[in-house]
Design a protein. Structure first.
Ligand code: S3P
Length: 444
Protein backbone atom coordinates (compact mmCIF):
# COMPACT_ATOMS: atom_id res chain seq x y z
CA UNK A 1 0.00 0.00 0.00
CA UNK A 2 1.40 3.45 -0.94
CA UNK A 3 2.29 5.58 2.08
CA UNK A 4 2.43 9.09 0.64
CA UNK A 5 2.21 10.92 -2.67
CA UNK A 6 4.64 13.55 -3.94
CA UNK A 7 3.61 16.41 -6.21
CA UNK A 8 6.16 18.97 -7.38
CA UNK A 9 4.62 20.46 -10.50
CA UNK A 10 1.30 22.03 -11.36
CA UNK A 11 -0.99 20.32 -13.84
CA UNK A 12 -0.62 21.33 -17.51
CA UNK A 13 -3.52 22.89 -19.42
CA UNK A 14 -6.26 20.35 -20.22
CA UNK A 15 -9.04 21.02 -22.73
CA UNK A 16 -12.10 19.33 -24.25
CA UNK A 17 -11.88 16.52 -21.74
CA UNK A 18 -14.90 14.95 -20.18
CA UNK A 19 -14.85 12.79 -17.08
CA UNK A 20 -17.26 10.77 -14.99
CA UNK A 21 -16.79 10.75 -11.22
CA UNK A 22 -17.65 7.86 -8.88
CA UNK A 23 -21.23 7.26 -7.68
CA UNK A 24 -22.78 9.40 -4.96
CA UNK A 25 -21.73 8.26 -1.47
CA UNK A 26 -24.88 9.40 0.35
CA UNK A 27 -27.10 7.62 -2.17
CA UNK A 28 -24.95 4.46 -2.24
CA UNK A 29 -24.99 4.01 1.55
CA UNK A 30 -28.71 4.70 1.65
CA UNK A 31 -29.34 2.22 -1.19
CA UNK A 32 -27.47 -0.53 0.67
CA UNK A 33 -29.18 0.04 4.02
CA UNK A 34 -32.69 0.71 2.69
CA UNK A 35 -32.72 -2.25 0.29
CA UNK A 36 -31.99 -4.60 3.22
CA UNK A 37 -35.45 -3.64 4.58
CA UNK A 38 -37.31 -4.33 1.35
CA UNK A 39 -39.38 -7.42 0.57
CA UNK A 40 -36.99 -8.92 -2.02
CA UNK A 41 -34.33 -8.30 -4.65
CA UNK A 42 -33.20 -4.69 -5.12
CA UNK A 43 -30.51 -3.76 -7.62
CA UNK A 44 -28.22 -0.80 -8.28
CA UNK A 45 -25.82 0.14 -11.04
CA UNK A 46 -22.94 2.54 -10.54
CA UNK A 47 -22.93 1.88 -6.80
CA UNK A 48 -19.90 3.56 -5.23
CA UNK A 49 -17.56 0.83 -4.01
CA UNK A 50 -15.55 2.92 -1.57
CA UNK A 51 -14.44 2.01 1.95
CA UNK A 52 -17.46 3.77 3.49
CA UNK A 53 -19.93 1.89 1.30
CA UNK A 54 -18.08 -1.39 1.92
CA UNK A 55 -18.61 -0.79 5.65
CA UNK A 56 -22.36 -0.51 5.03
CA UNK A 57 -22.31 -3.66 2.85
CA UNK A 58 -20.42 -5.67 5.48
CA UNK A 59 -22.84 -4.61 8.15
CA UNK A 60 -25.97 -5.77 6.35
CA UNK A 61 -24.17 -9.01 5.38
CA UNK A 62 -23.49 -9.63 9.08
CA UNK A 63 -27.21 -9.10 9.67
CA UNK A 64 -27.96 -12.01 7.34
CA UNK A 65 -28.66 -10.12 4.10
CA UNK A 66 -27.43 -11.66 0.85
CA UNK A 67 -25.59 -9.48 -1.70
CA UNK A 68 -24.48 -10.42 -5.22
CA UNK A 69 -22.40 -8.58 -7.78
CA UNK A 70 -23.58 -9.43 -11.29
CA UNK A 71 -22.27 -7.57 -14.39
CA UNK A 72 -21.37 -4.47 -12.37
CA UNK A 73 -24.84 -4.55 -10.83
CA UNK A 74 -25.25 -5.00 -7.08
CA UNK A 75 -28.21 -7.12 -6.03
CA UNK A 76 -29.34 -6.97 -2.43
CA UNK A 77 -31.92 -9.46 -1.19
CA UNK A 78 -33.98 -7.61 1.42
CA UNK A 79 -35.85 -9.55 4.08
CA UNK A 80 -38.45 -7.00 5.11
CA UNK A 81 -38.66 -4.73 8.14
CA UNK A 82 -38.02 -7.50 10.67
CA UNK A 83 -35.88 -9.96 8.68
CA UNK A 84 -32.37 -9.54 10.13
CA UNK A 85 -30.61 -12.46 11.85
CA UNK A 86 -28.82 -11.29 14.99
CA UNK A 87 -25.89 -13.53 15.96
CA UNK A 88 -24.79 -13.74 19.61
CA UNK A 89 -22.14 -11.18 20.68
CA UNK A 90 -22.61 -9.29 17.41
CA UNK A 91 -20.10 -6.52 16.70
CA UNK A 92 -20.72 -4.18 13.76
CA UNK A 93 -17.93 -1.91 12.55
CA UNK A 94 -18.80 1.24 10.57
CA UNK A 95 -15.14 2.00 9.81
CA UNK A 96 -14.70 5.68 8.98
CA UNK A 97 -18.31 6.25 7.92
CA UNK A 98 -20.42 8.62 10.02
CA UNK A 99 -23.36 8.15 7.66
CA UNK A 100 -23.23 4.35 8.00
CA UNK A 101 -22.90 4.51 11.79
CA UNK A 102 -25.73 6.96 12.26
CA UNK A 103 -28.11 5.42 9.71
CA UNK A 104 -27.55 1.82 10.84
CA UNK A 105 -28.40 2.39 14.51
CA UNK A 106 -32.17 2.68 13.89
CA UNK A 107 -32.03 -0.60 11.94
CA UNK A 108 -30.99 -2.50 15.04
CA UNK A 109 -34.24 -3.04 16.91
CA UNK A 110 -35.80 -6.46 17.53
CA UNK A 111 -32.65 -8.12 18.93
CA UNK A 112 -32.81 -9.84 22.32
CA UNK A 113 -29.07 -9.32 22.89
CA UNK A 114 -27.00 -6.15 22.96
CA UNK A 115 -25.28 -5.34 19.65
CA UNK A 116 -21.92 -3.59 19.81
CA UNK A 117 -21.17 -0.81 17.30
CA UNK A 118 -17.70 0.48 16.72
CA UNK A 119 -15.62 2.36 14.16
CA UNK A 120 -12.12 3.59 13.36
CA UNK A 121 -10.08 6.16 15.33
CA UNK A 122 -11.81 9.08 13.59
CA UNK A 123 -15.36 7.75 13.97
CA UNK A 124 -14.80 7.02 17.68
CA UNK A 125 -14.27 10.75 18.21
CA UNK A 126 -17.57 11.76 16.60
CA UNK A 127 -20.74 12.79 18.38
CA UNK A 128 -23.48 10.16 18.51
CA UNK A 129 -25.71 11.98 21.04
CA UNK A 130 -27.56 13.62 18.13
CA UNK A 131 -28.80 10.14 17.14
CA UNK A 132 -29.07 8.52 20.59
CA UNK A 133 -31.43 11.23 21.85
CA UNK A 134 -34.23 10.67 19.31
CA UNK A 135 -33.66 6.89 19.22
CA UNK A 136 -34.17 6.66 23.00
CA UNK A 137 -37.57 8.31 22.51
CA UNK A 138 -38.44 5.63 19.95
CA UNK A 139 -37.70 3.01 22.66
CA UNK A 140 -34.06 2.06 21.96
CA UNK A 141 -31.70 1.37 24.85
CA UNK A 142 -27.96 2.13 24.86
CA UNK A 143 -24.94 1.18 26.91
CA UNK A 144 -22.02 3.54 26.52
CA UNK A 145 -19.80 5.95 28.40
CA UNK A 146 -19.68 9.22 26.58
CA UNK A 147 -22.24 9.08 23.75
CA UNK A 148 -19.47 8.11 21.33
CA UNK A 149 -18.53 4.79 19.74
CA UNK A 150 -18.08 2.07 20.80
CA UNK A 151 -21.58 1.64 22.19
CA UNK A 152 -24.14 -1.13 22.62
CA UNK A 153 -27.72 -0.94 21.40
CA UNK A 154 -30.96 -2.89 21.58
CA UNK A 155 -34.56 -1.99 20.89
CA UNK A 156 -38.08 -3.46 20.86
CA UNK A 157 -39.64 -4.96 17.73
CA UNK A 158 -42.24 -2.24 17.37
CA UNK A 159 -41.09 1.31 18.13
CA UNK A 160 -43.10 4.25 19.48
CA UNK A 161 -43.62 7.07 16.95
CA UNK A 162 -42.15 10.42 18.00
CA UNK A 163 -42.34 14.15 17.30
CA UNK A 164 -38.85 15.60 17.18
CA UNK A 165 -37.11 18.87 16.39
CA UNK A 166 -33.74 18.59 14.66
CA UNK A 167 -31.79 21.81 15.01
CA UNK A 168 -28.39 20.95 13.53
CA UNK A 169 -29.39 20.82 9.86
CA UNK A 170 -27.99 17.28 9.81
CA UNK A 171 -29.23 14.93 7.10
CA UNK A 172 -27.79 12.00 9.01
CA UNK A 173 -29.85 12.88 12.06
CA UNK A 174 -33.03 13.45 10.02
CA UNK A 175 -32.48 10.19 8.12
CA UNK A 176 -31.89 8.15 11.29
CA UNK A 177 -35.26 9.35 12.62
CA UNK A 178 -36.96 8.58 9.30
CA UNK A 179 -35.53 5.03 9.33
CA UNK A 180 -36.67 4.40 12.90
CA UNK A 181 -40.10 5.74 11.88
CA UNK A 182 -40.40 2.82 9.42
CA UNK A 183 -40.61 0.44 12.40
CA UNK A 184 -42.88 2.61 14.56
CA UNK A 185 -46.62 2.02 14.91
CA UNK A 186 -48.23 5.32 13.88
CA UNK A 187 -47.10 8.70 12.62
CA UNK A 188 -43.63 10.18 13.25
CA UNK A 189 -43.23 13.94 12.85
CA UNK A 190 -39.86 15.62 12.31
CA UNK A 191 -39.31 19.36 12.36
CA UNK A 192 -35.86 20.00 10.92
CA UNK A 193 -33.55 22.58 9.45
CA UNK A 194 -32.96 22.00 5.71
CA UNK A 195 -30.27 19.48 4.74
CA UNK A 196 -29.70 17.09 1.83
CA UNK A 197 -33.05 15.42 1.05
CA UNK A 198 -31.96 12.06 -0.44
CA UNK A 199 -33.77 9.97 2.17
CA UNK A 200 -37.05 11.79 1.52
CA UNK A 201 -36.67 11.32 -2.26
CA UNK A 202 -35.81 7.63 -1.91
CA UNK A 203 -38.66 6.99 0.52
CA UNK A 204 -41.20 8.62 -1.80
CA UNK A 205 -39.89 7.67 -5.25
CA UNK A 206 -38.13 4.34 -4.76
CA UNK A 207 -39.54 2.69 -1.68
CA UNK A 208 -43.04 4.14 -2.13
CA UNK A 209 -43.25 5.07 1.55
CA UNK A 210 -45.51 8.10 1.44
CA UNK A 211 -43.50 10.83 3.19
CA UNK A 212 -45.14 14.23 3.51
CA UNK A 213 -42.91 17.30 3.45
CA UNK A 214 -44.10 20.81 4.33
CA UNK A 215 -42.15 24.03 4.64
CA UNK A 216 -42.75 26.26 7.67
CA UNK A 217 -40.64 29.42 8.06
CA UNK A 218 -37.07 28.16 7.82
CA UNK A 219 -37.97 24.63 8.97
CA UNK A 220 -39.13 21.57 7.07
CA UNK A 221 -41.81 19.31 8.53
CA UNK A 222 -41.66 15.64 7.60
CA UNK A 223 -44.40 13.13 8.43
CA UNK A 224 -44.56 9.41 7.80
CA UNK A 225 -46.40 6.36 9.01
CA UNK A 226 -44.54 3.20 9.98
CA UNK A 227 -45.03 -0.54 9.51
CA UNK A 228 -45.58 -0.34 5.74
CA UNK A 229 -44.11 -3.00 3.46
CA UNK A 230 -41.24 -1.83 1.24
CA UNK A 231 -41.44 -3.22 -2.31
CA UNK A 232 -38.09 -4.10 -3.97
CA UNK A 233 -36.62 -1.31 -6.11
CA UNK A 234 -33.97 -0.60 -8.75
CA UNK A 235 -31.63 2.36 -8.82
CA UNK A 236 -28.94 3.89 -10.98
CA UNK A 237 -26.62 5.93 -8.77
CA UNK A 238 -25.59 9.28 -10.30
CA UNK A 239 -22.12 10.86 -9.86
CA UNK A 240 -21.24 12.50 -6.56
CA UNK A 241 -21.16 16.33 -6.60
CA UNK A 242 -18.78 16.24 -3.61
CA UNK A 243 -16.30 14.20 -5.67
CA UNK A 244 -16.93 16.33 -8.77
CA UNK A 245 -16.10 19.43 -6.71
CA UNK A 246 -12.39 18.53 -6.54
CA UNK A 247 -12.28 18.58 -10.35
CA UNK A 248 -14.38 21.74 -10.52
CA UNK A 249 -11.85 23.58 -8.35
CA UNK A 250 -8.90 21.94 -10.14
CA UNK A 251 -10.21 23.30 -13.46
CA UNK A 252 -11.11 26.70 -12.03
CA UNK A 253 -7.61 27.26 -10.62
CA UNK A 254 -5.68 25.70 -13.52
CA UNK A 255 -4.31 27.50 -16.54
CA UNK A 256 -6.69 27.99 -19.55
CA UNK A 257 -8.38 24.63 -19.05
CA UNK A 258 -11.94 23.42 -19.34
CA UNK A 259 -13.80 20.29 -18.36
CA UNK A 260 -17.14 18.52 -18.61
CA UNK A 261 -18.20 16.29 -15.74
CA UNK A 262 -21.01 13.98 -16.81
CA UNK A 263 -24.06 12.64 -14.97
CA UNK A 264 -23.59 14.37 -11.65
CA UNK A 265 -26.27 14.54 -8.99
CA UNK A 266 -27.05 18.26 -8.90
CA UNK A 267 -29.82 17.99 -6.33
CA UNK A 268 -30.49 21.60 -5.15
CA UNK A 269 -29.72 20.57 -1.55
CA UNK A 270 -26.15 19.64 -2.59
CA UNK A 271 -25.02 22.39 -4.96
CA UNK A 272 -23.98 25.05 -2.44
CA UNK A 273 -20.41 24.95 -3.75
CA UNK A 274 -21.53 25.82 -7.30
CA UNK A 275 -23.65 28.73 -6.05
CA UNK A 276 -20.77 29.99 -3.90
CA UNK A 277 -18.14 29.72 -6.65
CA UNK A 278 -20.46 31.43 -9.14
CA UNK A 279 -21.02 34.25 -6.62
CA UNK A 280 -17.21 34.54 -6.44
CA UNK A 281 -17.03 34.99 -10.22
CA UNK A 282 -16.79 31.51 -11.80
CA UNK A 283 -19.25 30.62 -14.56
CA UNK A 284 -20.00 26.99 -13.87
CA UNK A 285 -22.92 25.73 -15.97
CA UNK A 286 -25.26 22.75 -15.80
CA UNK A 287 -26.66 21.22 -18.99
CA UNK A 288 -28.49 18.05 -20.14
CA UNK A 289 -30.53 18.37 -16.94
CA UNK A 290 -32.88 15.51 -16.17
CA UNK A 291 -34.96 14.34 -13.27
CA UNK A 292 -34.32 10.79 -12.07
CA UNK A 293 -36.51 9.50 -9.23
CA UNK A 294 -36.69 13.05 -7.88
CA UNK A 295 -32.93 13.68 -8.04
CA UNK A 296 -31.69 16.28 -10.52
CA UNK A 297 -28.89 14.95 -12.75
CA UNK A 298 -26.76 17.22 -14.97
CA UNK A 299 -23.53 17.49 -16.91
CA UNK A 300 -21.34 20.27 -15.51
CA UNK A 301 -19.18 22.59 -17.61
CA UNK A 302 -16.36 24.51 -16.01
CA UNK A 303 -13.51 26.65 -17.28
CA UNK A 304 -10.43 28.18 -15.65
CA UNK A 305 -10.86 31.58 -14.03
CA UNK A 306 -8.53 32.97 -11.41
CA UNK A 307 -10.18 36.36 -11.57
CA UNK A 308 -12.33 35.65 -8.53
CA UNK A 309 -13.52 37.84 -5.67
CA UNK A 310 -13.88 37.09 -1.98
CA UNK A 311 -17.29 36.45 -0.43
CA UNK A 312 -19.09 37.17 2.82
CA UNK A 313 -21.22 34.08 2.88
CA UNK A 314 -24.76 33.95 4.23
CA UNK A 315 -24.57 30.88 6.45
CA UNK A 316 -28.04 29.70 5.35
CA UNK A 317 -26.25 28.07 2.42
CA UNK A 318 -23.75 26.15 4.64
CA UNK A 319 -25.61 22.84 4.82
CA UNK A 320 -25.79 22.53 1.01
CA UNK A 321 -21.98 22.85 0.81
CA UNK A 322 -21.07 21.18 4.10
CA UNK A 323 -18.54 18.71 2.66
CA UNK A 324 -16.97 21.26 0.30
CA UNK A 325 -15.73 23.99 2.64
CA UNK A 326 -12.06 23.00 2.44
CA UNK A 327 -12.24 23.55 -1.32
CA UNK A 328 -14.13 26.82 -0.86
CA UNK A 329 -11.43 28.05 1.59
CA UNK A 330 -8.79 27.16 -1.01
CA UNK A 331 -10.57 29.22 -3.67
CA UNK A 332 -11.03 32.10 -1.17
CA UNK A 333 -7.28 32.05 -0.52
CA UNK A 334 -6.49 33.13 -4.11
CA UNK A 335 -9.52 35.41 -4.56
CA UNK A 336 -9.37 39.19 -4.38
CA UNK A 337 -10.36 40.68 -1.02
CA UNK A 338 -11.59 39.25 2.24
CA UNK A 339 -13.88 36.23 2.59
CA UNK A 340 -15.93 35.50 5.70
CA UNK A 341 -17.61 32.19 6.54
CA UNK A 342 -19.64 31.76 9.70
CA UNK A 343 -21.57 29.18 11.75
CA UNK A 344 -19.31 26.34 10.69
CA UNK A 345 -19.15 24.50 14.03
CA UNK A 346 -20.33 21.30 12.31
CA UNK A 347 -17.12 21.26 10.22
CA UNK A 348 -15.10 20.47 13.31
CA UNK A 349 -17.32 17.42 13.91
CA UNK A 350 -16.49 15.69 10.63
CA UNK A 351 -13.90 12.96 9.92
CA UNK A 352 -11.30 15.42 11.25
CA UNK A 353 -11.62 18.94 12.65
CA UNK A 354 -11.98 20.39 9.17
CA UNK A 355 -12.42 24.03 10.18
CA UNK A 356 -9.15 23.91 12.14
CA UNK A 357 -7.43 21.95 9.37
CA UNK A 358 -8.58 24.46 6.74
CA UNK A 359 -7.05 27.28 8.79
CA UNK A 360 -3.85 25.28 9.33
CA UNK A 361 -3.36 24.52 5.63
CA UNK A 362 -4.03 28.12 4.55
CA UNK A 363 -1.54 29.42 7.16
CA UNK A 364 0.99 26.87 5.98
CA UNK A 365 0.79 28.26 2.43
CA UNK A 366 1.18 31.83 3.69
CA UNK A 367 -2.40 33.07 3.65
CA UNK A 368 -3.56 35.44 6.37
CA UNK A 369 -6.49 33.77 8.11
CA UNK A 370 -8.26 34.21 11.43
CA UNK A 371 -10.76 32.09 13.31
CA UNK A 372 -13.74 34.29 14.17
CA UNK A 373 -16.71 33.86 16.54
CA UNK A 374 -15.40 30.44 17.55
CA UNK A 375 -16.97 28.73 14.53
CA UNK A 376 -16.17 30.99 11.59
CA UNK A 377 -13.19 32.04 9.54
CA UNK A 378 -11.91 35.21 7.86
CA UNK A 379 -9.55 34.78 4.89
CA UNK A 380 -7.47 37.52 3.29
CA UNK A 381 -7.16 36.30 -0.32
CA UNK A 382 -3.97 36.70 -2.34
CA UNK A 383 -4.58 36.45 -6.12
CA UNK A 384 -0.82 36.52 -6.74
CA UNK A 385 -0.14 33.46 -4.58
CA UNK A 386 2.57 31.22 -6.08
CA UNK A 387 4.12 28.57 -3.87
CA UNK A 388 7.77 27.60 -3.95
CA UNK A 389 8.45 25.90 -0.60
CA UNK A 390 7.90 22.34 0.59
CA UNK A 391 4.69 21.31 2.31
CA UNK A 392 3.90 18.20 4.29
CA UNK A 393 0.38 17.04 5.09
CA UNK A 394 0.20 14.31 7.74
CA UNK A 395 -1.52 13.19 10.96
CA UNK A 396 -4.93 14.28 9.70
CA UNK A 397 -6.84 11.16 10.85
CA UNK A 398 -6.83 9.95 7.23
CA UNK A 399 -9.62 12.41 6.41
CA UNK A 400 -10.24 11.72 2.71
CA UNK A 401 -11.26 15.31 1.97
CA UNK A 402 -8.05 16.71 3.49
CA UNK A 403 -6.02 14.37 1.29
CA UNK A 404 -7.93 15.38 -1.85
CA UNK A 405 -7.98 19.14 -1.19
CA UNK A 406 -4.22 19.09 -0.51
CA UNK A 407 -3.70 17.29 -3.82
CA UNK A 408 -5.70 19.96 -5.67
CA UNK A 409 -3.73 22.73 -3.90
CA UNK A 410 -0.47 21.06 -4.93
CA UNK A 411 -1.58 20.72 -8.57
CA UNK A 412 -2.72 24.33 -8.90
CA UNK A 413 -0.60 26.49 -6.56
CA UNK A 414 2.92 25.09 -7.00
CA UNK A 415 5.50 24.07 -4.39
CA UNK A 416 6.68 20.62 -3.42
CA UNK A 417 4.02 18.64 -1.60
CA UNK A 418 4.29 15.42 0.29
CA UNK A 419 0.87 14.12 1.30
CA UNK A 420 0.76 11.18 3.68
CA UNK A 421 -1.82 8.38 4.08
CA UNK A 422 -2.07 8.01 0.33
CA UNK A 423 -4.93 5.53 0.46
CA UNK A 424 -7.31 7.79 2.39
CA UNK A 425 -9.17 8.97 -0.74
CA UNK A 426 -10.56 5.42 -1.10
CA UNK A 427 -13.03 6.24 1.69
CA UNK A 428 -15.20 8.20 -0.72
CA UNK A 429 -13.62 8.42 -4.19
CA UNK A 430 -11.52 5.39 -5.25
CA UNK A 431 -10.94 6.72 -8.80
CA UNK A 432 -9.67 10.14 -7.65
CA UNK A 433 -5.98 9.69 -8.53
CA UNK A 434 -6.74 7.73 -11.70
CA UNK A 435 -8.95 10.54 -13.07
CA UNK A 436 -6.35 13.18 -12.10
CA UNK A 437 -3.70 11.24 -14.01
CA UNK A 438 -6.02 10.98 -17.04
CA UNK A 439 -6.03 14.80 -17.11
CA UNK A 440 -2.24 14.88 -17.08
CA UNK A 441 -1.42 15.27 -13.37
CA UNK A 442 2.06 14.09 -12.44
CA UNK A 443 1.80 12.35 -9.09
CA UNK A 444 4.55 10.17 -7.66
C1 S3P B 1 -24.38 13.05 4.84
C2 S3P B 1 -24.70 14.19 5.51
C3 S3P B 1 -23.73 15.20 5.93
C4 S3P B 1 -22.39 15.03 5.23
C5 S3P B 1 -21.95 13.61 5.14
C6 S3P B 1 -23.00 12.77 4.42
C7 S3P B 1 -25.45 12.11 4.48
O1 S3P B 1 -23.52 15.12 7.32
O2 S3P B 1 -21.39 15.80 5.87
O3 S3P B 1 -20.73 13.51 4.44
O4 S3P B 1 -25.24 11.23 3.62
O5 S3P B 1 -26.55 12.22 5.04
P1 S3P B 1 -24.55 15.79 8.36
O6 S3P B 1 -25.89 15.33 8.00
O7 S3P B 1 -24.14 15.29 9.70
O8 S3P B 1 -24.35 17.26 8.22
Amino acid sequence: MKKKILIDQIINTFKKKSIVVDGDKSLSIRFVLFSSLSQGKCSATNLLVSEDVKSAINIIKKLGIKIKLKNKKYEIFGKGLFGYKFQKNLILNAGNSGTTARLMLPLLNNSTDWIKITGDQSLKKRDMSRILKPLKLFGFKFKNNNEKLPLCIKGPKILKPISYTENLGSAQCKSAIMIAALKAKGKTKIKCLPSRNHSELMFNNLMKISTKIYKKNHYELIELNGLKEIKPFKYKIPGDISSASFFIVLTLLSNKSNLIIKDVNTNPSRIGIIKILNMMGSKIKFFNKKNYKGEEISDIYIESNRNLKGIKLNSKINSSAIDEFLLIFLVASISKGISIFDNLGELNKKESKRLDWGIKILRMIGIKVKKIHNDGVKIWGNPKLKLKSSYIIKNYLKDHRIFMVSTIAALTLGGKWSIHDADSFKTSFPNFLKILKSLGAKIK
